[in-house]
Design a protein around this ligand. Structure first.
Ligand SMILES: [Zn+2]
Length: 174
């Protein structure tokens, strides 16, 4: 299959083959009509035809380094596209808000710490809000400190109240 394809693509084979075939046909026409004009016409067109075939075949004759370059250029171009895309994505990302490091505050004598996370819409929200003892920094359990036994029942606020206070401070931040 490959060999026969190669032969038919060979400009020499096509040139000689078509010339011989044309010559035979012209000879037959000559024998019937007895004319030499057709022969010279055939030679003229045959030359043009073989030149075109030769030209087209030239384009298929890749040097080895050309083929190697062709094969490796695909992944390289793909990689470049990915890198450019990642760069565009990064440039689109908004810089961190100025209050991003605001993760702890004290309200009514109780320290609160939290993290910032993004919701599905990309909006920042308070996560892992937790109350801490202001005396020793231990996490409060049920309004009291398990470490130093300090009591915070009276001053402890609900999670929603703390969130409201945090958002209020952010909005009024300079
Ligand atoms: Zn404590």
């Amino acid at each position: 299959m490959h060999i026969s394809k190669k032969i038919f693509k060979n400009p020499w084979f096509i040139g000689v083959g078509s010339s011989i075939l044309g010559f035979i046909i012209i000879r037959i026409i000559d024998a019937i009509f007895g004319s030499k004009i057709l022969l010279s016409l055939w030679r003229f067109f045959s030359k043009i035809f073989t030149s075109i075939i030769h030209f087209l075949n030239l384009k298929f004759e890749w040097p080895l380094y050309g083929l190697i370059l062709l094969f490796i250029s695909g992944p390289i171009i793909g990689l470049l596209i990915l890198l450019i895309d990642a760069k565009i994505q990064r440039s689109r990302e908004k810089p961190l808000p100025k209050w991003y490091n605001y993760r702890r505050d004290t309200f009514d004598g109780v320290e609160y710490r939290w993290d910032w996370g993004k919701d599905y819409a990309g909006k920042y929200e308070i996560r892992k809000l937790c109350a801490y003892c202001t005396n020793c920094g231990c996490v409060l359990i049920g309004g009291s400190c398990p470490n130093c036994n300090s009591k915070y029942f009276m001053s402890l606020k609900s999670e929603d109240e703390i969130k409201a206070l945090i958002y209020y401070r952010i909005e009024n931040m300079d």
